[in-house]
Each structure stands twice: as C-alpha cells, then as structure tokens.
Write a protein that binds this ligand. Structure first.
Ligand SMILES: [Zn+2]
Length: 696
C-alpha cells in the first residue's frame, strides 16, 4: 500500500500504512515542512506497567497495523491495532483504534482503547509527532500555553529549555507545572515562530488530563547554553524535537475508553491567531454567567489582610468600618477582606469561622453591614482547596476526603510563609492538603462552610487558589465515589455552581476566584491575579475580552501597573504594604489610579465595553521606526471604531510614537492619563516616562 495522504487547505499529512506513523506534516498555506524526515515518523506510545517493571512502554512504531480504512474521498484514515507488544511484557490483548480525520481547517484525532489485558494502560501519547522543525527563516521557535492569566513560553529552538531534572530523563524534556501542564487548565498549546505556528488543542470540554510534552533528541549540542545541535544529524543520530499530547487515563483491565479528541491546525500570524482557533471552538459550547450589576461598571477594589498564622491580629472587626470609610472617601467600590477566619490567612482550612480574637461572628456581620451602608461591597476571601494538616479536624476526619496518590497517601502542598523569621525560614509553616472535589461528601462540607459567609452578609467570595489542586492531578481513592485515577479538576465549576444554587435569590452575589483558568469562567464572575511584569502577556484578557479581571497594585508610585490596568482592562486592587496597609499610605498611586478610572469611565465605549484585541489591528512604532511595546487595541462597542492605549514603561525617557492601523482608519487625537488636554495625533504621540496615552 502507498503512503496515505490526507490533505485539506491547512495541513497535509503523510501516513505510513504499515505502522500508522505520521511521516510527513506540512502547513499547506506557507509550505512550512513541520516534519519531513520519514524515518522520524511516530504514531503513539503507551505505558503499561507489569509486575516488577513499571516502565514498560509500548512503541507504536514497533507495532503492525491490523486494519486500515481510508475513506474513499481521502478525508479520513482509521488505524486499528488488535493487540500490542510491549518492551518487556510480550503481547497484550489491548486494542487501539485511532481515527485521523480532516474537518474543515483542522485534523481531528479520536482515540479508543479496549483493554482486555490484565494490566492498566496508564499513559497514551497521541498524537505523537516525531519531529517539529522551526519554520523556514524563523529566528526562534517556542511553545505558548496558558498559565496563571498569562502564557508560558518555553524555548524549543535554537535553545531548548529543559524543565525536568537531568537525573530523571534521558533527553531534555518539557512538561508544565501541575496547575498548567495541559487540559483542562491549559487546553491548547501553540508551537510557534514570530509569524506562524501549529495549534494543538483538545476538542471536547473534558476534564481528563491531557499534558503537553516535548523532548529534544538526542540532546544538546552545546549544553553550556542549552543549544540544539545545528546539524540535522549528529554522530549518526537524527536531531529532532518530539511533541505529544500525553493522556493519563489509567484504563483498568477489562475497561474500554474513548480518550479526549484533539485537533491540529496551522496558523499564520502571532500568538493571537493561534488563540483565535481556540476561542472559536470554546465559544461554540461555553457560556459565561450573568454578572452582578456592580461589577459590570468600571470600579476599583482594596484588598486588606487582617491576620496571618503568626497572629498580628491587625484590625478588630469592630474597627473595620474605618477601611470602609477610606474606600467610600476615595471612590473604591469593594473590599476583599483576608485573614478574617480563625487562625488567620491559610490556617484552619477549610473552616470559614471568624477568628474570635478579632471579634464575634455578629461583630463581623455588623461591620460588613456598616460598610455596605457606605456603598462599599465586602467580599470575603475563601478557600476550599485545602485542609490544614495540623488541625484535629483534618487528622481525625477530613483526611478521609484528601486526594490520595497511587500509594494511598495524601498529596501535600508546602504552604506559604508569613511574617516571623521562624516561619519565613519554613520551620513552622502550615502544610496544606489538597481535598477531593470529586467526593460529594466533601462538596457538602464546602457548602456548609460557604453558608457561614452568606450568614455574615458578604457581597461575594473570592476563592483564593481556585485555579489548582497543588501537586495533585488525579485521585486514587475510590472510596470518594470516583474511579481509580480520576481527574481532580473535574468539579471545579460544579463547586461554584452548587454555591450559586444556594444564592439563587441574590443575583448580585459575586463569585470571584484567583487566576481562574478559562473554563472556570463558566461559573465565576471575576478573576484576580498578579501581573507585575513589563513582559506580562495578557492571554486571559485576550481569551475573555469582557470578563472582569483584577490585578494587584502594590507600589507607592505604581504608574506602570495602573497603565497596565488601562491597557488590559484590569480592575485595580489597591494593596499598599502587600495588602496590609491603608489607601492613604500611597497617595501618588491612588491619585493616578483615580485619574485612570475616570478616563476609562469617560471613554468606556472603547476601553471598558469595547473588545480587547491586544496588538491586533495596529502597528505602533517609535520615531525611528522600531516596534514599540506595549500597547493594546480596543474596538468601540457602539461604533466599531478602533481606540488604542499605548504605555511608555520607560522610567527615564519620553517616547514619540506613531500608530498605523491595518484598516487605514485615521486616529486623530490623544491624551494622557494625567493630562486631560486632547492633542492631535497627526505628528506623533509624545508619552512621558511611566505614562500612558489613549488614542482615538
Ligand atoms: Zn478522590
């Protein structure tokens, strides 16, 4: 049989009919040969541990295909392997079916496994690309995938960034951290140069773990600077970078399973073009909830922490109204109150009882009501992810609901250190145990804790660390009512949807979370993250142009973070002294923040209600023609006209900027955040140091 060719107007795949290996992959529009050395072709890889030999792989390239069906119009190929031979276990009664199908612009991989063997199928690498070459003319080639509101970019070439211990791997390897290694938190991965790339993404809203993985073979040329060998073959060994989606399904003996389908698609342009592929698919199924009316308006917050595990006991409940008065005086709309729970922040989890040393339950309730009377919202910091290991409640009871590893032990997060040298030296840190949201009984416990917040009369919760489960990815305690090796992110939305049912009669109750991953916006209204970096990539803002996202502003003259807020439509969370201080502690920051919020209120059709497009649609250059960063394009919600926010992060030098819109629409006027005079943009836009201009 000849090589099987599947081709649409986006990708051309060449498949070897004898082993199903993908031996050629080309981006049709640009001619980029992503994989063009047939000897590097791969199909899949499994891990099937046998007694006394855990690391027992099954290599697809060593298997003979049992059956192939190619559709008459060459739009799909189905490969079936009726049994598989592992490296150390002989032949196994495991049947694998892989369908590769052209769908519009994409290639869709669907996988099915019937495991009739006596062993567990732990890992499935598929699709498995034996090589990914940088596009011709590229200066760099790297990954791009979601993590904590922004993007992880790992260099693939010319340097390859290794991310796992040298002692544990044969080849430099990339896997993300547990909270952002793949679906569901990072549901797609781009492999890209400056002007084109390959998109790989899940094609089903499944919480099953699918981790993105790359590997450099045979290793570095020069290890001192992590350089990929410059030749295609070194000492008789092909130089290649492998890429795979790694499923971790733990398919039991006698079990059959469909794995998460995946798509591949090439794209031209920057990362935004790749993310657009994801957004189009995500928008086909996901809906965000109606927002409480007050968070739909431009506004600002203060975060205030009143106690840590080391007992500062800063503000008794009866004095909290003073924080409310500060907020009312300065027009700050909401308070995020932290450390109000017994024992202080990050202690006693998952308890949501007020700390009696700060006052009684009723004193906190009264304080909240008094602040609300001033027109200021009170949102209580909450946490359901962990149990505090050092509590009797955990040791005697909650330990039952801890996420368990394959050895029957609980996972552990190392915790966070506060205030005293003893604790900053990590001597008495509270260790945090990830709890299993797949346990309905634990979800009931969370609901009881949530009701305490409701009884206090809060305007909402901010669930800190809702974005992850520490090191845990799967839970192996079937006593929780789930299968062995079940994905622990699966009920992240259900927890909040359960809470929402409890407060169905309060449409203005806010569900906020920390750095919500994209699918969490199906349940959450607002996400809070920290983004203090000049290189911050506003990936979540690009994925969710209109959802409320808030960021911390901590500096005493924090103009550039406020410029960032305007540029990326982030709500300001004022946090002097790392959220231990008062608004009047940093008047410079507060004054500039107020001016920024007034400006975006005035121009809300552009910079609040408009659609955020990141840098798409405009080219911004300096006087000498260099690309200027950062800036953002918004599309006016009412008239569709573009408007720009351009920041000059430089602390010392003014910038003179020229803007060219891709659709040649004229931009006529600009003004600065702290200078209300409009000026003509025709001869350039002059932005002083640490300043931002709006251009319309
Ligand atoms: Zn569990």
């Amino acid at each position: 049989m000849d090589v099987i060719v599947l081709k649409n107007n986006n990708l051309c795949l060449e498949l070897n009919p004898s082993d199903g290996a993908l031996i050629g992959l080309t981006a049709v529009k640009t001619g980029w040969k992503i994989l063009d050395r047939p000897q590097l072709g791969l199909s899949f890889r499994l891990l099937v541990p046998i007694p006394d030999r855990r690391n027992n792989p099954i290599y697809g390239e060593k298997q003979i295909v049992s059956d192939i069906k190619v559709s008459p119009d060459s739009s799909s190929a189905v490969f079936i392997w009726n049994s598989l031979v592992s490296e150390y276990g002989g032949r196994h009664d495991i049947c694998l079916k892989v369908e590769i199908k052209l769908v519009d612009q994409q290639v869709l991989y669907t996988l099915h496994i019937d495991n009739h063997s006596e062993y567990v199928v732990e890992n499935v690498y598929c699709p498995y690309l034996g090589d990914i070459q940088p596009p011709p003319g590229a200066e760099w080639f790297k990954t791009f995938l979601y993590n904590y509101g922004t993007a992880q970019e790992w260099s693939l070439w010319p340097r390859y960034q290794n991310m796992r211990g040298y002692y544990g791997i044969d080849y430099p390897t990339q896997f993300g951290p547990p909270s952002a290694c793949g679906a569901p938190t990072a549901p797609f991965c781009l492999l890209r140069s400056a002007d084109q790339g390959l998109y790989a993404g899940v094609y089903e809203p499944s919480s099953e773990l699918v981790a993105w993985h790359t590997e450099l073979r045979p290793g570095y040329g020069s290890s001192i600077d992590s350089r990929v060998p410059e030749e295609l073959n070194i000492d008789g060994k092909d130089v290649a970078i492998r890429f795979s989606a790694v499923h971790v399904p733990y398919i039991q003996p006698g079990e059959s399973r469909d794995l998460t389908p995946l798509v591949l698609q090439s794209f031209e342009g920057g990362w935004q073009s790749g993310v657009d592929i994801y957004k189009e698919w995500r928008n086909s199924w996901m809906h965000t909830p109606d927002l409480p009316a007050w968070v739909r308006e431009p506004h600002a917050w203060q975060q205030i922490h009143i106690n840590s595990p080391e007992d500062e006991l800063r503000i008794p409940f009866r004095d909290l109204y003073k924080i409310g008065e500060d907020c009312a005086k300065h027009g700050v709309k909401a308070i995020q109150l932290v450390g109000w729970n017994a024992g202080g922040q990050d202690q006693g989890n998952p308890s949501h009882d007020p700390d009696p040393r700060l006052g009684t339950f009723d004193e906190l309730k009264d304080a909240i009501a008094r602040i609300q009377y001033m027109g200021v919202k009170v949102v209580l910091f909450s946490k359901f992810t962990w149990a505090d290991r050092a509590t009797d409640r955990f040791r005697n009871d909650l330990i039952r609901f801890a996420i368990k590893d394959p050895y029957g032990d609980y996972y552990m997060h190392p915790g966070y250190q506060y205030q005293t040298a003893t604790q900053l030296l990590d001597i008495n840190t509270k260790r945090l145990i990830p709890m299993c949201f797949l346990s309905e009984e634990y979800l009931r416990i969370c609901e009881e804790e949530f009701k305490k917040v409701l009884e206090l009369g809060a305007d909402g919760i901010l669930f800190d660390e809702c974005l992850h489960h520490g090191p845990a990815l799967l839970c192996f305690d079937t006593g929780h009512g789930h299968r062995y090796g079940a994905p622990v992110y699966a009920n992240d939305r259900k927890l909040i949807q359960n809470f929402a049912r409890i407060v169905h009669d309060k449409p203005d109750f806010l569900f906020a979370g920390e750095a919500c991953y994209d699918w969490e916006f199906e349940a959450y209204h607002l996400s809070y993250h920290r983004s203090e970096s000049k290189q911050h990539i506003p990936l979540m803002r690009y994925m969710q142009p209109h959802m409320p996202i808030m960021t911390a502003v901590t500096g005493f003259d924090d103009r550039n973070m406020i410029n960032q807020c305007l540029m990326y439509r982030y709500i300001i969370s004022y946090e002097p002294y790392n959220f231990k201080g008062h608004l009047d502690d940093f008047p410079k920051t507060l004054e500039y923040g107020k001016k920024m919020d007034a400006l975006r209120k005035e121009l809300r059709d552009y910079f609040w209600d408009g659609e955020f497009r990141d840098t798409c649609g405009a080219i911004v250059t300096t006087a000498d023609g260099e690309i200027h960063q950062p800036y953002a394009v918004f599309v006016n919600a009412k008239n569709g006209h573009p408007g720009l926010v351009i920041s000059n992060y430089d602390e010392y030098n003014s910038a003179v900027i020229k803007v060219k819109l891709e659709n040649s629409y004229p931009l006529e006027y600009y003004r600065l955040v702290d200078d209300s005079q409009w000026r003509s943009a025709r001869w350039g836009i002059k932005i002083p140091p640490c300043s931002a201009a709006v251009v319309i």
